[in-house]
Design a protein around this ligand. Structure first.
Ligand code: NG6
Ligand code: CA
Length: 504
């Protein structure tokens, strides 16, 4: 009996110690926000005072990366600590895809949960749900975020432009109706809902020619994929962001007394950009700019709440974006016609989808008032490193075969050193190796410019080498002048592929 009392006492004491020492962790991940989209990263046509304030309180990384230039692979890496190109099936997923995150390996949330954190994700998911494509959207849907380490999830399944346009709380779609079952199909129409293709007169925002987004219409917007039923469960785009915000704030409030991890995956400024009415027209840059203002306001609301609850000094906030920017990603929403000189990728070439820096070099901010000293850091750091770095922070060991590409960069993240990663593999269509000032892009088939989005892909049949110290815009391919470096970096890429891991 005494033994159990002692054990219980130890457990309570350990828990309290964790409560005092371990900070809350909030990771805010924007969707398609470019390096140049924030005023703290040099934007002059738009002002983002709330994210700027966060940056001024912490470290603003100028060489921070997503692993990949699109969402699913980038988020896969964030969650698993593994380069996504090691596994097939990690490209952009349809809305009915099965879960692609392994449930038997360490993930960012499962590691923190093991360390005693209460973990939640609120926002976009886009990593698949359930064990197969065909599923009962009116029933329990698993495995999903709750099976990969989140105690609580409030998500939408894929992207805002893909069906089903519904929220899930843990395993259930919200507001289902047995009399109006939800059906989803990406191959053929289901039910009788009008499509954007057949009924353009019903649209409040037109899709861009040739880009699809003309299947089932929900809330006056044509989507990718077909959906029927669930009329009461469908979201209103203008309310998606405030819904996520209120869920996130609710979670913070409820868990303020003990360490929590909140992964807040915002949908802005991904298409369809349909911000709340109060933001419409505010930026003068079209709905894309308005969505960025909405994002900025949302970040401000979270920061205000931390202050109000008195937990800002005990909360590490990391802000980043899942991939680079795109203007026309499927809808005629004013992003192109009202660009007004705004440079969403800042000084970098390319954008979303691209092997050039615009694809993966993203805003990356870490703030923890009282612990992180305000600074700018040029250290090379990647979202894939958060798993190993935060494991170090909370004293959680990582099994040798898990998170094979996640480096412990805690001292870099906290600003104790300006030294970053030595090497990073980036993924556009082509894979790239960044080492020191050098960037190598492997030869890759495909168009030099993606016609629909008008983004330079970085594809070339020839190897490319850029000296980022002199040429951050990747204008001068110097592969011909430095064949030995091309050889070294190409070999390094092959070696990383075959070794199956890069974590030492
Ligand atoms: C593309 C879509 C684009 C967007 C993207 C996913 C077309 C022509 N384009 O295939 O609109 O949905 O996928 O974006 O279908 S991501 O940020 O989630 O990777
Ligand atoms: Ca994205």
């Amino acid at each position: 009996m005494k033994k159990y009392v002692l054990l219980a006492f130890c457990l309570i004491a350990a828990n309290q110690l964790l409560a005092q020492k371990a900070p809350n962790i909030i990771l805010i991940m924007a969707d398609d926000l470019g390096y140049g989209d924030l005023s703290c990263y040099g934007a002059t046509k738009i002002s983002t005072p709330n994210v700027d304030k966060l940056a001024s309180q912490g470290i603003r990384f100028t060489n921070g990366h997503a692993t990949s230039a699109t969402c699913t692979p980038s988020r896969y890496a964030l969650m698993t600590g593994s380069y996504p190109w090691r596994k097939s099936g990690t490209a952009i997923l349809p809305g009915d895809a099965a879960l692609i995150i392994p449930t038997d390996k360490t993930t960012l949330p499962s590691m923190l949960k093991k360390a005693g954190y209460t973990t939640a994700i609120v926002g976009k998911w886009h990593l698949g749900l359930g064990s197969q494509v065909e599923k009962d959207w009116n029933g329990d849907i698993a495995p999903g975020p709750n099976e990969t380490g989140f105690d609580y999830s409030f998500i939408f399944p894929a992207t805002a432009d893909r069906v089903p346009t519904v929220f899930l709380e843990n395993h259930r779609v919200l507001a289902t109706d047995p009399a109006d079952p939800i059906r989803v199909d990406y191959k053929q129409p289901v039910g009788n809902d009008p499509t954007g293709k057949e009924h353009p007169e019903l649209l409040k925002m037109h899709s861009s020619p040739g880009q699809g987004h003309d299947q089932t219409i929900v809330n006056g917007i044509g989507r990718i994929g077909y959906m029927s039923g669930g009329k009461k469960a469908r979201w209103v785009d203008e309310e998606v962001s405030s819904t996520f915000l209120s869920k996130a704030k609710g979670f913070i409030e409820e868990h303020k007394a003990k360490p929590f991890f909140l992964c807040m995956t915002l949908t802005e400024p991904h298409v369809p950009r349909m911000p709340a009415t109060v933001f419409k027209g505010k930026s003068q840059l079209g709905y894309r700019g308005d969505a960025i203002l909405q994002l900025d306001w949302t970040v401000g609301e979270i920061m205000k709440q931390l202050e109000y609850l008195g937990i800002s000094k005990n909360t590490l906030v990391v802000f980043s974006s899942d991939n680079g920017p795109v203007l026309d990603d499927g809808y005629q929403d004013g992003a192109v016609t009202q660009q007004n000189g705004h440079q969403p990728a800042g000084p970098f070439r390319g954008g979303k989808y691209s092997a050039f820096e615009g694809g993966t070099r993203v805003p990356f901010i870490a703030a923890w008032p009282g612990t992180i000293k305000p600074a700018t850091s040029d250290a090379l750091i990647c979202q894939v490193d958060l798993l190993a770095s935060l494991a170090k922070l909370v004293g959680q060991p990582l099994p040798a075969n898990d998170a094979p590409d996640s480096f412990n960069m805690l001292n870099t993240l906290l600003g104790k050193t300006q030294t970053g990663r030595n090497v990073l593999i980036e993924q556009g269509g082509a894979l790239c190796v960044v080492k020191g000032n050098w960037k190598y892009i492997e030869p890759h088939k495909g168009p030099a410019v993606f016609k629909l989005t008008n983004i330079e892909s970085g594809n070339s049949p020839e190897p490319q080498l850029y000296d980022l110290s002199k040429d951050k815009g990747e204008q001068h391919n110097v592969a011909g002048q430095h064949p030995e470096i091309v050889k070294e970096l190409a070999a390094l890429l092959e070696q990383t592929k075959t070794a199956g891991k890069s974590r030492p």
